[in-house]
Write a protein that binds this ligand. Structure first.
Ligand code: SF4
Ligand code: MG
Length: 316
């Protein structure tokens, strides 16, 4: 199969003062097919943003590998490295903090084109206008400054900036969670439209499974730095295997009252443990309604339970 991204045993540990180690990302395995949207979900602090940042090399991995178009991103040099910086782009969570307030929108969008020597003069101007139109803004906006725009419009500018250098792959880190509910759907629809028009592949990071399951082809569920389940969105929704996924899904209201009755609400006990001091064995065991002695003793392997459906739980 044509995988644009393969993540193998990826690890990002932060060494803190007092010999403490924060295992933010601790041995992830998943891959993303060209043209699909892979949703990465989990509660805040589970390591999903760190995963995105390590894949795009804002952070250096402390273990494992990331293959992009078959090449190990940590070993790229020269032209391959330059190409990688074009091919993979990021859209950030906070549209207020991620745009330079002193730069015009036109300058913000064309900065990457400067770096990569793409389009000059009249072509550049046309390209900026086209990008603004593509994201639902217009060419007059090029001369304005970020503070003149709403949150949703700023996120559109952030998306235009990411698109400017014609990437193949976009990591969107909670791109709608800072926006008003009324504009969230519009921005999600924009992502979908642009995916079709530009043949993009997305890693879509979110804490909200209800949202991610609509936009994603496949989903990975993270808990305390580890993936606990990966499946297609449909499969995960119909047949979640991991107790954590089951609890997340059970919290999402279903319009059909009969289905809603079948899906018993699973309420988790306790808080997410500190990632600085994770439980032994299965990371979920302190909150799992099915925890057994074995769960404290050994970490369940992340295995393919059914074709294309992976999960890590001793019950499986
Ligand atoms: Fe629950 Fe044990 Fe499965 Fe972990 S391994 S999810 S604690 S049953
Ligand atoms: Mg985050």
């Amino acid at each position: 199969e044509d995988h644009i991204l393969e993540v193998k045993n990826l690890q990002k540990h932060f060494h803190l003062s007092g010999d403490r180690v924060l295992k933010a990302v601790d041995g992830l395995n998943f891959s993303i097919k060209r043209g699909e949207t892979f949703g990465l979900v989990g509660e805040s602090g589970c390591g999903k943003s760190t995963t995105g940042r390590t894949i795009i090399r804002l952070y250096e991995a402390t273990g494992g590998e990331v293959l992009f178009n078959g090449k190990d991103i940590q070993k790229l040099s020269g032209d391959d490295r330059k190409k990688f910086r074009r091919d993979m782009q990021m859209v950030f969570q906070d549209p207020y903090a991620s745009l330079n307030p002193r730069m015009t929108v036109g300058k913000i969008i064309s900065e990457g084109m400067d770096i990569h020597g793409l389009y000059t003069g009249k072509k550049r101007k046309e390209r900026v206008s086209q990008l603004l139109t593509d994201v639902g803004l217009n060419e007059e906006h090029a001369g304005r400054f970020p503070h003149e725009f709403s949150g949703g419009q700023r996120q559109r500018i952030g998306i235009a900036r990411a698109l400017a250098i014609e990437p193949q792959f976009i990591i969107a880190d909670e791109p709608i969670s800072a926006l008003d509910v009324s504009v969230q759907a519009q921005v999600v629809n924009l992502f979908k439209k642009l995916q079709k028009e530009h043949g993009l592949t997305y890693l879509f990071i979110a804490h909200d499974l209800a949202m991610v399951k609509h936009i994603s082809d496949r989903i990975g569920v993270m808990y305390l730095g580890k993936l606990v389940e990966v499946a297609t969105s449909d499969e995960l929704n119909a047949k979640p295997l991991h107790p954590y996924t089951q609890s997340l899904l059970s919290a999402i209201p279903i319009p059909d009252p009969d289905l809603q009755k079948q899906r018993k609400r699973v309420i988790l006990q306790g808080e997410i443990p500190s990632p600085l001091n994770p439980p032994s064995g299965c990371p979920f065991r302190t909150r799992c309604p099915h925890a057994m002695p074995e769960c404290a003793a050994t970490m369940p392997p992340f295995k393919e339970v059914e074709p294309g459906h992976f999960a890590a739980c001793h019950l499986l």
